[in-house]
Design a protein around this ligand. Sequence first.
Ligand code: GRF
Length: 196
Amino acid sequence: MIRVAILASGTGTNALKLIEAAKLLPRVSIELVIVDQMQAPLLQTLKDSESGLNLQMILQDHSLKGSDRRKEHEKRVLQALHAENIHYIFLAGYMRILSAEFVSLYRGRLINIHPSLLPKFPGLHAYEQAFAAKESHSGVTVHFVDEGVDTGAIIAQAQFPRLDSDSITDFIARGKSLEWNLYPEVLKRLDRDGKL
Ligand code: GRF
């Protein structure tokens, strides 16, 4: 079995799509979901669904300062990943930049989904950036995570048009529905090929 962990911070709609897709896959299993925010809606959704998933809330220790806080948090995330012998990590709205040490431990096995056609519009608020730039089309990207911000090798992309009548809400909704299709497709590819 290919043991997958999901790291999420927020609503977790992508995480839920991955969890749903994995149920039908013979070789891939979601062994761990780590949430780093007590207020993350995903936490409640998963608790309510009684999914039986190994769900761990790993929060930052606010008694620590700056880089100590980040190091200690990553250490506990890594301990959880090692304890479950995780092969691949899928970030799903995980709002932290991972350290170079973390990235090097999971190089080629650390995946993210980003809401633009990378290399266009890296960083935060990518849908808003693309909309403001009046792009005729935009898209979503699944990519490996490297030491940069949204600079890793691209695994898969999907495009959508911007319509003249689009509000930002319409634009984001069209993108999100592509995300919910593309991320599970990558999980299916991992199941089929045994690697990414
Ligand atoms: C998605 O738009 C994803 O592309 C980006 O963060 C957002 C997370 O949304 N990395 P959700 O928590 O999966 O709903």
